[in-house]
Design a protein around this ligand. Structure first.
Ligand code: DON
Length: 586
């Protein structure tokens, strides 16, 4: 057994290196960076990692959270694909490579900008199944049944990833599905070496996995370890069926039949009808002028609108000389902008088909002025209301983002997720697919914090067919001449909008370069709990003693930013040095 395992492991390494040879830029970047098979560095440090996490080119750049996902994108680009083909190939590949973060039983958003053709916002996020109603998660006395939205078969929403990727690719891509799916299929069937972050996720969730899942993520009845081979044969078969049947596979194909059989033991919580009724939602991106650029972001139920409110509020405060100067002033402006944006999110956020979200108002100058007046009163009078502290729920490492930009300004910004680590930690037997636990993104009851400590209102309550509120905020920024300048997004739960804010702040306002902007220690506030979270490296610049009106926690910001920018005739990509990915390109 051991011998077979080792032999196949080295065979895979050999195959992998051979396949890299055929992709010159991958080979170059690969050679200059630590290999994916080595234990990857975690977060500390920064500048010495630049060679690994930054990459520049002239034609196209993709930044993702796994070298092989970036490679999948470049593989189809070399075959004559466009940015949408790159998006589709990299998305399927990352589902195989980061199954603890995202997958075909998950959901996501994509903002697509093709200057010669148009711009779109695609919502392929999970929807509450027909049986998904709030009372399903509550005891008779109205209190929440612990963990029911978090783990197990009832925590999953109806997935949209496959329908989303296929619809976008069908509308704008050039290559056949066989080419798009080839890299993902190869990674699932031939396997790849388990890296540190994935090994951690497997060990952490091992006890909760159902038998089908333990079979895939175990060797000899124990969790697979770092450096060992992960083969996902059932997943490969599902990919083959998608290759053959395209979107029909997820409306009435064998895969959804297997899902329906699985749910026959769980009150038929998700049914074939739920899959048949699933619709990808296509709309215009949310557009706003901010910081000398035009931002195209994802509309609600994403948090794009709150990200933009944050940016407007910051500008308004910066224009007033009543705010303190220096580091303290900076922290106040950023924190108070975040507090308002997350308050709005908690009070108003939800599926726009079920609740009214006053997007134009939240993006208006009048609103930024009005809210800044309130903050100014507090700052000038020095009468800060006492902090309202609530327990902080732990964050987890999952979800993923891919940013792609080519020399003609064509861009895709996509964030995809199964929500928590390995979602519901249940595999549908025979499919290789792991259920999401995105029902937890609803507010199960007003004021009850979710996995990310976020609270919500009735606007985000559970109702059949509804889409849960999301922090995912994929965005694209155009410069003042209308050319695509930045493609950006992040995983990281509630820290997603603030990581994008921090990066854009360092890049556009402070004029740091992209790598520094992504790696720079971050400032985070999410309304509840009423605390500022600062990366430990900036403790000396922002000691608690100078911020007596705030409760400060020096805790590492978890979100990982993936961004590509255009600077002159060069494209520069950065995959967050906290992660496992690399940007690649030509
Ligand atoms: O859509 C959301 O807001 C969450 N499902 C995102 C989860 C996430 O980013 C987890 N990452 N650490």
């Amino acid at each position: 057994m051991n011998f077979i395992f080792r032999t196949s492991y080295w065979l895979v390494l050999l195959l992998f290196f051979n396949s890299c040879e055929s992709i010159p830029f991958f080979k170059d970047s690969f050679n200059s960076k630590p290999t994916v098979f080595a234990t990857l560095p975690q977060i500390e440090g920064a500048s010495d990692k630049r060679t690994r996490y930054e990459f520049s080119g002239k034609e196209i750049i993709i930044a993702s959270d796994h070298p092989l996902a970036s490679q999948a994108g470049m593989e189809v680009w070399k075959q004559g694909g466009n940015v949408v083909d790159v998006f589709a190939a990299a998305s399927f590949a990352i589902s195989v490579l980061r199954p603890h973060s995202t997958g075909l039983f998950g959901g996501g958003f994509a903002v697509v900008h093709l200057p010669a053709k148009g711009k779109w916002a695609y919502d392929f996020r999970e929807r509450s199944p027909k049986k998904g109603v709030a009372s399903f998660y509550l005891k008779e006395d109205g209190t929440v049944i612990p963990e029911k939205t978090l783990k197990g078969p009832y925590s999953a929403g109806v997935p949209g990833t496959v329908q989303g990727i296929l619809q976008i690719q069908k509308q704008h891509g050039k290559l056949p599905l066989s080419s798009i799916l080839a890299p993902a299929l190869r990674y699932a069937r031939v396997g790849f070496s388990v890296y540190g972050d994935l090994a951690f996720a497997i060990t952490k969730t091992w006890q909760q996995m159902n038998p089908a899942m333990q079979k895939v993520f175990g060797i000899d009845n124990r969790a697979i370890r770092e450096g060992e081979l992960l083969v996902q044969e059932d997943f490969a078969k599902t990919l083959e069926r998608i290759m053959e049947n395209a979107e029909k596979e997820f409306s009435d194909g064998e895969t959804v039949q297997l899902v329906s059989r699985y749910y026959s033991e769980y009150q038929e919580f998700i049914t074939l009808e739920d899959f048949k009724n699933y619709q990808v939602k296509v709309s215009d991106p949310l557009v706003s002028s901010v910081w000398g650029h035009t931002i195209l972001s994802m509309p609600p139920p994403s948090s794009g609108v709150h990200l933009v409110t944050m940016m407007h509020l910051y500008s308004e405060m910066q224009n007033r000389d009543t705010f303190p100067k220096g580091d303290v002033g900076e922290v106040i402006r950023i924190t108070e902008a975040m507090r308002v944006a997350f308050r709005d999110r908690a009070e108003l956020g939800g599926d726009p088909l079920y609740t009214n979200i006053p997007v134009s108002k939240l993006l208006s100058q009048a609103y930024a002025k009005e809210e800044t007046n309130e903050i100014e009163r507090k700052v000038v009078s020095g009468s800060w209301p006492p902090s309202q502290e609530e327990p902080k729920k732990p964050e987890s490492y999952n979800t993923t983002h891919i940013s792609i930009l080519d020399k003609d300004g064509n861009a895709v910004s996509t964030t995809q997720s199964v929500n928590g680590i390995f979602g519901a930690v249940q595999m549908v037997p025979g499919t290789g697919l792991i259920l999401n636990n995105t029902m937890d993104d609803f507010a199960v009851a007003p004021g009850v914090p979710n996995l990310y400590g976020l609270v919500g209102s009735k606007a985000n309550s559970i109702e059949p067919g509804k889409t849960p509120l999301s922090s995912m905020s994929p965005s694209i920024l155009l410069d003042s001449t209308g050319k695509t300048k930045i493609v950006i997004g992040a995983p990281g739960g509630s820290q997603i909008p603030t990581s994008i804010f921090n990066t854009l702040y360092r890049y556009l306002i402070q004029k740091r370069d992209l790598y520094e902007s992504v790696s720079y220690p971050r400032i985070h506030h999410q309304f509840r709990p009423d605390q500022i979270f600062l990366d430990p490296e900036i403790k000396d610049s922002y000691p608690q003693s100078e911020l007596p009106f705030y409760q400060v926690q020096y805790i590492r910001h978890r979100a990982k930013v993936f961004a590509v920018t255009r600077e002159g005739d060069r494209l520069i990509g950065v995959s967050d040095p906290k992660g496992e990915g690399v940007p690649l390109g030509f």
